[in-house]
Design a protein. Structure first.
Length: 299
């Protein structure tokens, strides 16, 4: 039940706060719950939303960049909560009372912990995402950003030949590329990263890659994530790269336990002004294959 995993002590931020005022809170809570008048739920903001390169963090308010996440009423079970987290992309969901005030929040870690009996009997290979996106060690940061955008992934494993030598996540890019470039003067360019696009990914990757064998149980992988405060663990088979397992993979599995009948609806759309070259048939095919790999187990 939701009551078993609900936490009333959650970090909230006011919708009229600036991004600069809340930036240190992301280290304490992945998704910050946005409120108004210190009480009423408004939305969610996280690092990926907050650090848009065209916004000045000293003047941009939270309400400009936040998104509205699904509200929990208290009647949901862990399967439903997992489904809402996967669909929304948020790992924290608000529990909202009938009057619109915030009653607490539910966190992904607690949902997975509540389902630990399932994962202790489930091998990593049965939950992981196979064939993760990789880049060679001599690639540039520009190539990394392009790869992450085109493959729609938030992490890339860095290899040297067949050896795993590092990993770069969206959090790494925000902390080591975007955040340092945010300037404090309104009349100067904000978040300019072109100047370092030719830099080596060695400068931003995490070298201490945590790995787990594909035959280990899935809960061991989650325990590694919690211990080292990671959102994913690289999966190996006899020492070679086999896949990657994330908290989202675990949530997706929990959500699938509540599915009665299969259904898939896929829509490709264009948003804004995009160069034709970015939507050639091969690019679309590549993105479709990436989506298929990501959701292979569900499909």
């Amino acid at each position: 039940s939701l009551e078993a995993i609900l936490k009333k002590d959650v970090i909230t931020v006011d919708k009229n706060s600036t991004i600069s005022e809340i930036q240190d809170l992301f280290e304490k809570q992945r998704d910050l719950i946005v409120v108004s008048n210190e009480t009423f739920y408004e939305g969610i903001i996280n690092e990926s939303l907050a650090y848009k390169i065209n916004y000045d963090p000293t003047t941009t308010k939270v309400k400009t960049l936040m998104k509205v996440a699904p509200k929990l009423s208290g009647n949901e079970n862990v399967e439903v909560v997992s489904k809402l987290m996967v669909e929304s992309g948020f790992k924290t969901l608000p529990y909202v009372l009938q009057d619109g005030s915030l009653g607490g929040g539910v966190f992904a870690d607690d949902v997975i912990l509540q389902s630990r009996s399932v994962f202790r009997n489930l091998a990593v290979k049965d939950v992981m995402t196979p064939d993760p996106v990789t880049l060679e060690i001599d690639s540039t940061i520009g190539q990394l950003l392009s790869t992450m955008r085109n493959a729609s992934v938030s992490r890339v494993i860095i290899i040297e030949g067949k050896k795993i030598v590092g990993i770069v996540t969206l959090h790494d890019i925000i902390q080591k590329v975007i955040k340092p470039k945010f300037r404090q003067k309104r009349d100067r360019p904000i978040g300019e990263i072109k100047e370092i696009a030719q830099g080596s990914i060695r400068s931003i990757m995490t070298e201490d890659v945590k790995t787990i064998d594909e035959n280990a149980n899935s809960f061991e992988a989650f325990e590694l994530m919690r211990k080292f405060k990671f959102s994913s663990v690289v999966v190996t088979n006899k020492g070679y790269l086999s896949g990657i397992i994330t908290k989202e993979d675990l949530l997706r599995y929990v959500a699938s336990m509540n599915v009665n009948e299969p259904s898939i609806f896929l829509q490709l759309s264009r948003k804004g002004v995009i160069e034709e070259l970015e939507y050639d048939p091969e690019t679309i095919r590549s993105r479709m294959m990436s989506l298929t790999r990501k959701y292979l187990k569900v499909l």
